[in-house]
Design a protein around this ligand. Structure first.
Ligand code: ADP
Length: 373
């Protein structure tokens, strides 16, 4: 049908048709268009200071790095676009960093879009028509794209082609448009929300995990040099130990400790300075901040330690459920402070101990139930 429609257009007709299509694409007032970022990549200042620029400069995630290095090297040798890549894992572990280092290592341009702003296929068109040969299109939070946009991406990913429907009713025409071969890099904190057909179209799927204490300490030491602040190695370890296995958290803690050192001490980050600064921000020795502890305290106080549904907990904390799932839960689950059961989230004895509560002292469900007996 598509081919017949295309063949039926004469050259003159096709030119007119294309001009009309161009006009439609670029004058449509309803079309939202995210700024397209080409090198130099416009990241927030504080990110640009510390974010590694090449994969080789990245610390940790060695297995992921080794696989990507091979893929990047082979694609370069074949002069072909790299296969599509999907990164998943909790926030702040390096998905965007990998996605921005890869095009630099390949020596190609890249664009950045966010799944949250791609509400309809037309929002994706400018990105796709702007891709250069072998360039990278990075879609962050790709799980937030609606199904219609996902489906529009399928032929773009598989055959570097998009199918556009122009006009309505009997005048509707479908044309397909060839794109330059490109690489799509997707990042998601919830790969479970992606449809199976979309997941399957990524040649490589890489899961990023939390960093070890040694890896985070290395990141903190390197970033202290970039921020031009002197740091004791025990202090770097202390900051890392309280950074929930996450480089972004470590960077934020480091910046705060630097401010504290410059304001309250002689500018050097010693172990004492690091401890005092982190204590002042309410960051405990496990690295939990006020919000993490509020999650545990809510579960203990209101739900008697659980089981409780994640939405009920989020509502009680006055927090978006997504924030609780994406930002708070991965670390408390991994630290075995909370477990996920089919009936809901339940606190472990380690969590009660950490909060200095006894399991029986919390507002138990038994106590609440007795009220109604
Ligand atoms: P995500 O996209 O997974 O949310 P980012 O890639 O934005 O996380 O990482 C957040 C910050 O953490 C970056 O600005 C960077 O400075 C730092 N970072 C992440 N991964 C690494 C790494 N492997 N080595 C060094 N720094 C890292």
């Amino acid at each position: 049908m598509i081919n017949t429609c295309k063949a039926a257009l004469t050259d003159r007709g096709r030119t007119r048709h294309n001009r009309r299509r161009q006009r439609r694409l670029y004058t449509d007032k309803t079309m939202t268009r995210e700024p397209i970022l080409k090198e130099p990549f416009e990241l927030k200042d504080e990110d640009r200071d510390l974010r590694p620029r090449h994969m080789q400069e990245m610390v940790g995630q060695r297995e992921v790095y080794a696989r990507l290095e091979i893929a990047v090297d082979a694609a370069g040798k074949r002069d072909e676009p790299l296969g599509h890549i999907l990164f998943d894992g909790p926030p702040g572990l390096g998905k965007t960093t990998f996605a921005t280092c890869i095009p630099r290592d390949l020596g190609v341009s890249f664009q950045v879009a966010s799944g949250a702003t791609l509400a309809a296929p037309k929002d994706l068109i400018p990105y796709l028509t702007n891709v250069d040969e072998r360039s990278v299109l990075f879609i962050d939070e790709i799980h937030r794209m609606p199904k219609g946009v996902e489906e529009f991406l399928y032929p773009a990913m598989e055959d570097f082609r998009i199918d556009l429907t122009l006009g309505e009713g009997v005048n509707a025409r479908t044309i397909n448009m060839q794109l330059k071969p490109f690489t799509l890099i997707g990042a998601t904190t919830r790969s479970g929300l992606l449809s199976a057909p979309l997941r399957d179209r990524f040649q490589m799927r890489e899961h990023l995990d939390f960093y070890t204490l040694e890896e985070l300490s290395e990141i903190v030491r390197r970033n202290a040099v970039k921020l031009r602040v002197e740091i004791e190695s025990e202090a770097a370890r202390e900051i890392s130990g309280r950074s929930r296995g996450t480089p972004r958290v470590a960077n934020n803690r480091l910046r705060w400790v630097r401010d504290y050192a410059q304001s309250k001490a002689d500018g050097r980050i010693t172990l004492r300075v690091a401890r005092d600064a982190l204590a002042m921000q309410g960051i405990d020795p496990l690295g939990l901040d006020r919000q993490d502890r509020k999650d545990l305290e809510t579960l203990a106080r209101v739900f008697g330690g659980g089981p409780a549904g994640v939405e009920a907990i989020a509502h009680t904390m006055n927090l978006a459920t997504d924030t609780l799932i994406d930002e708070v839960e991965p670390y408390v689950l991994r630290s075995e402070l909370v477990v996920r059961t089919p009936r809901g989230r339940t606190m472990t004895p380690a969590a009660f101990e950490h909060l200095g509560l006894s399991e029986s002292a919390s507002a138990t469900k038994e106590g609440q139930q007795k009220l109604f007996e």
